[in-house]
Design a protein around this ligand. Structure first.
Ligand code: ATP
Length: 366
């Protein structure tokens, strides 16, 4: 078991900085998820840690040891890839035993570890099968088993669920979380899927263009995104953004989004009062826009009149795609809502949860 540290790590491929001055302190036994859009550098970061790519500058530490020049096989890590990369001609047992045999692990020890891993993963009955006789989910479990038998200090996983269908993905996601609890080892998991990140990570590192945007717990990331990119990336449906201006006077302060205005939230009045006339980006999550008929509890809201464009009933809630002037946005409202396409209705914005970003830097102001 060990923590992992990235110290000012940069990886350059020609002109592209795939990873740009990455600083990350991953704690022992943590489940850290690296998440971001395609090309943001998350796989490169993992490959640098695994020793499959050479660092351009900076240091990577596993525990207290700088591993920049340590061969991949000596780093005490195990990696699970998106493609299971099983040997087709070998049985499940032999696939799992292969790495240990290469290391000249005694036969009885190999047998103990393979059987233990197979029991943890529920694949005991499959040990004599060949990979082609397995389902996708079972193959992924064998790939996990091959990593477990190594008893590594750190598990690295690169999109291990992306070849599974939606239902199996959710199921395997839970299994990997349980595996983490059971093994009590550091897991570093790469995905582009924000739902996977939110549900699995003890902390999440959001990357964009090779740069770490925010490192935080799932809930804190969701509630307090550090910038517009993180705010838009985490959450589904995504946060709505509006070009807006701080307007009014210090005593009567508004956020003017052109087609509608909302009262400035009381807790940020001082900050916003200093910005009267300035352009900002207003961010409102879909669940913070309610049908005015069904506002839960005593919420501090501001009303907005909107036109309903599209309605999507989801059972427990309704997604309403709304129009107000030039703005289009989505709300997750109570399933009793009577909002229907073509109708005009009033919605209520929860002022305590609105987000405000600097228009130029996109850094969160509130
Ligand atoms: P994806 O989810 O699509 O795998 P990613 O976030 O994992 O994306 P990386 O694979 O780390 O992104 O790639 C980061 C950047 O580095 C991209 O611009 C990519 O084109 C570039 N890159 C990655 N590997 C190489 C390479 N071997 N040679 C040149 N450029 C590379």
């Amino acid at each position: 078991m060990a923590g992992v540290t990235f110290e000012h790590v940069t990886k350059q491929f020609g002109d592209v900085k795939a990873v740009n001055d990455l600083n990350l302190d991953i704690k022992d036994k943590e489940f850290l998820v690296l998440v971001g859009p395609s090309g943001c550098g998350k796989t490169t970061a993992l490959r640098l840690l695994a020793g499959l790519e050479e660092i351009s500058s900076g240091n990577i530490l596993i525990g207290d040891r700088v591993v920049n020049d340590v061969a991949p096989k000596d780093r005490d890590i195990a990696m699970v890839f998106q493609s299971y990369a099983l040997y087709p001609h070998m049985s499940v047992y032999d696939n799992m035993a292969f790495g240990l045999r290469l290391r000249k692990t005694p036969k009885t020890e190999i047998d103990r570890r393979v059987k233990e891993a197979a029991a943890i993963l529920g694949i005991d009955a499959l040990l004599q099968r060949k990979p082609k006789q397995l389902s996708g989910g079972q193959r992924q479990r064998v790939a996990l088993g091959r990593a477990i038998v190594r008893e590594p200090k750190v598990f690295l996983m690169d999109e291990p669920l992306s070849n599974l269908d939606a239902k199996l993905r959710v199921q395997t996601r839970t299994e990997i979380s349980k595996l983490h609890q059971r093994l009590e080892t550091t897991f570093i998991y790469v995905t582009h899927d924000q739902t996977e990140a939110m549900t699995m990570g003890t902390r999440i590192a959001v990357m964009n263009f090779g740069v770490l945007q925010q490192l935080d717990t799932p809930q804190h990331l969701y509630d307090f995104p550090a910038n517009k990119f993180v705010a838009g990336f985490i959450g589904s449906p995504a946060m709505n953004f509006f070009d807006a201006k701080v307007a009014g006077t210090a005593a009567d302060l508004w956020i003017d989004a052109g087609s509608f205005k909302i009262a400035a939230p009381a807790d940020s009045k001082d900050k916003l009062a200093a910005m009267i006339g300035k352009e900002i980006t207003l961010g409102i999550r879909p669940e913070d826009i309610h049908d005015r008929e069904y506002v839960p509890g005593s919420m501090n809201t501001s009303p907005v009149t909107v036109q309903v464009d599209v309605m999507e009933p989801m059972g427990a809630e309704i997604y309403l795609y709304l129009l107000s002037g030039k703005s289009s946005f989505v709300a997750r409202v109570d399933p009793r809502s009577q909002g229907r396409p073509g109708k005009t209705m009033d919605v209520a914005v929860n002022l305590d949860h609105i987000h405000v970003f600097d228009k130029q830097t996109e850094i969160a102001i509130r």
